[in-house]
Design a protein around this ligand. Structure first.
Ligand SMILES: Cc1ncc(COP(=O)(O)O)c(C=O)c1O
Length: 385
């Protein structure tokens, strides 16, 4: 049986064109970019070319981009780095975040509160998990040093109005971070229209390699490094840069810029058909997240009286790879924090299913998935009761 992958929000395969771009940097151009000899300088030139490219696509200056090891690290550096830097220069102590942030932001914020005495407030969200600019306006305080609002939520796909939130934060002179790890796979992002000071990316969500990410840091924004040591990455992150992965990230990001329209035109009708048919054919089913303002490849549901993890394994046996809630929570029987926050009772929240499409997903893949899904849900409901 040919297994069909429908979990592209968890990760994507590396595009062959990206693998080809990375190849020489494993063996031929292997120098340490900090070395002064020609081996080092060749590596440095690939590093700086990748940085220029990535910066160009985001509307940033090359000196505003630093490479990290993943989206989680970018989030950690943005939040923790801004918190420690704020404490050094002022008595700002308050962090305002959305309750539907990825755990890389949420848990970093909780740790800052638990271990370092920072105060956190959560922004209100609507039934779709969307943050309103008014909510930001009303919750800013004199001592707020950072607002963090996810661009597109990984579990429910909802997109947030980052540009409008950016406008408010900029007027008040308060830093805004956005985790754009999911959205970067689908849309060109412009840090100036967003008016953000910090923006996190991770390459493996957009057909780049795992183990590499980036953080946009607007010029003038002070962050305390969290990985200390050498002076790499403008002194913001010690460690010898991983040139093949960085080259791969820039190549994959370039392909998103060139191909996003064609990719969206392909997946959007498939996603819409999938959502419509699931809601029509499966009793006690609901779409989670915003019906329109959502990632173009993202369909997420809750089913009453279904064990989501059991459903994933039944689907896997039937030949389909999906996820229940966030991929990071696989095996965790607790209902997802995001769904609980949105008011779903455990009986619904435990039955979540996320189906995320990729550029190579076909109409036939969706047809065969839709054919088996009702039976799989019926089977899981029977097993549970
Ligand atoms: C919105 C969001 N932020 C951050 C991350 C973490 O990225 P990484 O796996 O590159 O650490 C993910 C991954 O699932 C994500 O979806």
């Amino acid at each position: 049986m040919n297994h069909i992958y429908l979990d592209y929000a968890a990760t994507t395969p590396v595009d062959e064109r990206v693998t080809a771009a990375m190849q020489p940097y494993f063996t031929q151009v292997f120098g340490n970019p900090s070395s002064l000899h020609r081996f080092g300088q060749q590596a440095e030139s690939a590093l700086e070319k990748s940085r220029r490219e990535l910066a160009g696509f985001l509307g940033a200056a090359p000196s505003e981009i630093i490479f990290t090891s993943c989206g989680s690290e970018s989030d950690n550096l943005a939040i923790r780095g801004a918190a420690f830097a704020a404490r050094q220069k002022s008595n700002a102590n308050h962090l305002l975040i959305s309750p539907i942030e990825h755990p890389a932001v949420l848990k970093t914020a909780w740790q800052l509160a638990d271990l370092h005495g920072f105060e956190i407030s959560f922004l209100p969200v609507d039934e779709y998990g969307m943050v309103s600019p008014t909510g930001v306006q009303e919750n800013l305080r004199e001592d707020t040093f950072l607002v963090s609002v996810i661009h597109a939520n990984n579990e429910i796909g909802t997109l947030n109005p980052i540009a409008e939130i950016g406008e408010i934060c900029q007027e008040r002179g308060i830093l805004l971070h956005t985790d754009a790890v999911q959205g970067a796979a689908h849309f060109p992002l412009d840090v100036n229209s967003f008016k953000v000071d910090l923006l996190s990316l991770g390459a493996h969500k957009f057909y780049g390699p795992k183990g590499v990410g980036a953080l946009f840091i607007r010029s003038g924004t002070k962050l305390s490094p969290i990985l200390t040591g050498g002076a790499q990455e403008f002194g913001q992150r010690a460690a010898t840069q991983n040139i093949p992965l960085i080259v791969g990230m820039a190549a994959a990001f370039e392909l998103v810029q060139k191909e996003h329209k064609q990719r969206i035109n392909h997946i959007l009708p498939l996603r819409d058909r999938l959502i419509k048919q699931v809601l029509t054919e499966i009793p006690s089913s609901q779409l989670t997240g915003h019906p329109e303002e959502r990632l173009p490849n993202h369909a997420s549901f809750v089913f009453d009286d279904v064990d989501g993890n059991m459903l994933i394994s039944v689907l896997d046996n039937a030949g389909f790879a999906c996820s229940s809630g966030s991929a990071c929570k696989t095996g965790d029987p607790e209902p997802s924090l995001v769904l609980t926050h949105l008011g779903y009772s455990p009986s619904w929240a435990l039955g979540s299913l996320r189906v995320t499409l990729g550029k190579d997903t076909t109409g036939e893949n969706i047809n065969s998935f839709l054919k088996i899904l009702p039976g799989c849900i019926h089977q899981v409901r029977e097993l549970k009761n």
